[in-house]
Write a protein that binds this ligand. Sequence first.
Ligand SMILES: [Zn+2]
Length: 256
Amino acid sequence: MKIFETHAHLDLKDFNKDRARVIEQSKKVGVEYLINIGYNEETSKNSIELASVHDFIFASVGFHPHDATEYNSDIIRKLAHKEKVVAIGEIGLDYYRNLSPKKIQQEVFADQIEIAKQLDLPLIIHDRDAHEDCYNILKEHKAKQVVFHCFSGDVVFAEKVLAEGWKLSITGTVTYKNNESLRDVVRMLPDHSFFIETDSPYLAPLPNRGKRNAPYYLPFVIEEIARVRMQAPNRIAEMTFQNAERFFFTDKIKIK
Ligand SMILES: [Zn+2]
């Protein structure tokens, strides 16, 4: 099975003791590409660093809404030009934890959308309890290449996102008992419209919920999506691989 892991945070200290082993193990289950995600200056730089030492790892750079008060536009512009940076993210709005004031979250989000547009880079969106505002700000700024990471909306919101030609990405939360609403979304998604991810070290899928997550748990996510959609696991791995490849690897990115 050939897998594209579109969202992991392997630079975090949760992996300090066994990062090399986690990376090896992930390759063993079939992970052929992995995007390591930045959410502030430090993690964006660490993502680039990690990508520079592993052929199959690529990086995204951005300021998460939690870190919006630390935002520095120049830093993101500079980092976005580094080798193997394939996206701006994760950026967006988080009205659940509200660690930064809403207004600042919105300004920082909007500025990074503009940077991504200028550089022709796709956007990885973090949206927690902020569906309408995320959607409106993206529309207002005419964002084209967009993925809602760890999609948490309902079928109605999914349809709105798809109508814009945007993508969604599904994590291990699809395996959680109480998450029938996400399974309803997964059931209706067109084949070309979604990716898979772990958001490691967070959100480990069943049967490992509560443990540290890692990309080698992606087969559990694939199995559940396959069950819900009544498609073969191999087919899910293959189509999400192609979808992600098309989305993140625009012609200007040279893949080794
Ligand atoms: Zn994340």
